[in-house]
Design a protein around this ligand. Structure first.
Ligand code: AMP
Length: 210
């Protein structure tokens, strides 16, 4: 299964990707997580990406295409993968096609902007392993600490309210046209965000027939 998850920032792509990864035994490739790790490690890609990520703008396509092509060439991607946060522009989607990648489905998680804004203000991300939590809907067992690695939970710089608004604008302008792109290829499926993580997983399973 080669699956693309589409949806606004904060739509729950990362959370659902992680659940589906376990269910289908395929890796999730999250460009956001790869970029944050590169930034933390101060690599050339990280240094280039930093100002874009922190201000809520998109990192240039050629950087993303390079990262993803490299990652998809790794052995664990042989039986499929979930792309979380890529493609985010039409040129990125075209680059995937140009690499001969034939995806099975682009699944869009539909959430209203106001729900996203409320949700992002409660998001907490582990400084060490990037695991995400939410102070209301998915709290960690111990406040401020990651359940998985014990790392410190932080508020991502780009989850600040002004940056969230910029990211939503970017989403509507640059990423939403991908729905029509995949629709025209007969690959688009859409689900509505549900009141809980589990309920959203259920509607996704129905949409994917898994
Ligand atoms: P995410 O964790 O997916 O919300 O991504 C965080 C940030 O990383 C985005 O706001 C962008 O600045 C950058 N980013 C992640 N994926 C991409 C992509 N496919 N294209 C451009 N920028 C990206």
């Amino acid at each position: 299964m080669k699956l693309i998850l589409l949806g606004a920032p904060g739509a729950g792509k990362g959370t659902q990707a992680e659940i589906l990864s376990k269910m289908l035994s395929i890796p999730t490739i999250s460009t956001g997580n790869i970029l944050r790790a590169a930034m933390k490690n101060g690599t050339p890609v990280g240094l280039r990406a930093k100002e874009y990520v922190e201000s809520g703008r998109l990192v240039p396509d050629e950087v993303i295409i390079g990262i993803v092509n490299e990652r998809l060439a790794e052995a664990d991607c042989a039986n499929g993968y979930i792309l979380d946060g890529m493609p985010r522009t039409i040129p990125q989607a075209e680059a995937l096609e140009a690499s001969g990648i034939d995806i099975d489905c682009a699944l869009s998680i539909e959430v209203e902007d106001q729900v996203i804004i409320d949700r992002m203000s409660g998001r907490r991300t582990c400084k060490d392993c990037s695991q995400t939590f939410h102070i209301v809907s998915n709290p960690p067992k111990q406040e401020g600490k990651c359940d998985f690695c014990g790392g410190e939970l932080t508020i991502r710089k780009d989850d600040a309210p002004e940056t969230v608004k910029a990211r939503l604008e970017t989403y509507h302008k640059e990423t939403e046209p991908l729905k029509a792109f995949y629709e025209s290829r007969g690959k688009l499926k859409s689900v509505d965000n549900q009141p809980s993580i589990e309920a959203t997983t259920e509607v996704i399973k129905v949409a994917l027939g898994i």
